[in-house]
Write a protein that binds this ligand. Structure first.
Ligand SMILES: [Zn+2]
Ligand SMILES: [Zn+2]
Ligand SMILES: [Zn+2]
Ligand SMILES: [Zn+2]
Length: 283
C-alpha cells in the first residue's frame, strides 16, 4: 500500500490492492456494509449470512456480523460508474446509489399491463406513444373517468381480464403523465394510477379512486420503478373489488344497490366499467 498525506486536510490518500477490499467468497467489493470474521477476513452481507465458519481461517463466524467501519469508509469512497448504458455518471458509493434511483437511463418496466417490455426511462413516453399509440389528454382539475368495455356477463365471469387500446390512456396533469389501469386477476379487480416518474416525484401526489360501490381516498400513486407484482400487493396503492361491484357498475345486478344508490349518482353506461380517478397534488 502506498500513501501520502494531504496537507492540513486530515486526509490520507492511499493506493491499495483492490483484492484486500473484496468479499472472500464472491470477490465483489461489498456495496455498503462490510462484515468480517474474528480474524478480519472481509465478507459482503449476503455471503456472511450463509457462512457458519470463515472460508479462509475456519474460525466460527460471530452470529451477529462484525462490521468493518474503516473498510466501509474506503469502499464508500471508491468512484464507480453508473452501469446504465450510455450514462457517464461517476461517483462514490453513496452518490451512485442516489443517482441510480433517478438515472434517466435506467430500465423500467412498461406500465402498460399487457406489455412485457422494459424500457429506458428517458424513452418511456416515446415508447407509450409509438408502441401503444397512447398520446393522452390534458386535464385541469385532476379528475378523469375511464370506461373499460366488457362485452357481456359471460366475459365478466372470466377470472382474468385486462384492458388496452382506448381504455388505456395517459392523463397529463400538474406537469406529469399518469396512467390509470384496471386488471382482473383470479377473480379480483385491481385499479390504480401510475405516474411516469420516480418514487419521490410520485409521492407528491395522491389519488382518489371510485368505482360503483367502492371508493378509496388518499391512495398512493404508483411509480415507474415499481414491479407489477408489487403494485398489486400494495393495498395503499390499489383499489380492489369483486365481481358484484363490477356487475352493479354494468347495470347487470342491483344486489346491495339500495344501500349505496344514494351515495353514488347515476348514470352508468351499460357495457363499461366506469372508474373515476381523482389526482391530487399534496402540497
Ligand atoms: Zn460476497
Ligand atoms: Zn477468517
Ligand atoms: Zn446513470
Ligand atoms: Zn410497452
Amino acid at each position: 500500500m502506498n500513501s501520502e498525506e494531504e496537507e492540513g486536510s486530515g486526509k490520507i490518500i492511499v493506493s491499495i490492492d483492490r483484492k484486500s477490499l473484496e468479499c472472500a467468497v464472491c470477490f465483489t467489493i461489498p456495496p455498503a456494509s462490510v462484515l468480517q470474521c474474528r480474524n478480519g477476513h472481509i465478507y459482503c452481507p449476503d455471503c456472511y449470512k450463509r457462512l457458519k465458519i470463515c472460508g479462509l481461517c475456519r474460525e466460527p463466524m460471530a452470529a451477529k456480523g462484525i462490521r468493518s467501519l474503516a473498510v466501509e469508509e474506503l469502499v464508500g469512497s471508491i468512484p464507480a460508474g453508473c452501469p446504465n448504458t450510455d450514462c457517464d455518471f461517476e461517483g462514490n458509493a453513496q452518490a451512485l446509489r442516489d443517482h441510480r434511483k433517478t438515472c434517466g437511463l435506467r430500465q423500467v418496466p412498461c406500465p402498460d399491463w399487457q406489455c412485457p417490455r422494459s424500457v429506458c426511462k428517458a424513452r418511456l413516453l416515446a415508447h407509450l406513444r409509438l408502441e401503444h399509440l397512447n398520446v393522452g389528454e390534458e386535464i385541469s382539475d385532476g379528475r378523469v373517468v375511464r370506461s373499460y368495455p366488457v362485452s357481456d356477463e359471460l366475459e365478466l365471469e372470466q377470472p382474468d381480464l385486462s384492458w388496452s387500446d382506448s381504455a388505456l390512456k395517459l392523463v397529463h396533469f400538474g406537469g406529469l403523465q399518469f396512467l390509470p389501469q384496471l386488471v382482473k386477476i383470479e377473480g379480483t379487480y385491481y385499479t390504480w394510477l401510475c405516474a411516469l416518474a420516480s418514487a419521490d416525484v410520485a409521492d407528491r401526489f395522491s389519488a382518489g379512486i371510485t368505482v360503483y360501490g367502492a371508493t378509496e381516498e388518499d391512495l398512493r400513486v404508483a411509480h415507474v420503478d415499481l414491479a407489477r407484482q408489487d403494485v398489486l400487493m400494495n393495498s395503499k396503492t390499489v383499489l380492489s373489488f369483486g365481481n358484484m361491484c363490477a356487475k352493479i357498475a354494468l347495470n347487470l345486478s342491483s344486489a346491495g344497490e339500495s344501500e349505496i344508490v344514494r351515495s353514488q349518482p347515476r348514470p352508468r353506461i351499460p357495457g363499461y366499467i366506469q372508474i373515476m380517478y381523482h389526482i391530487k397534488c399534496k402540497e
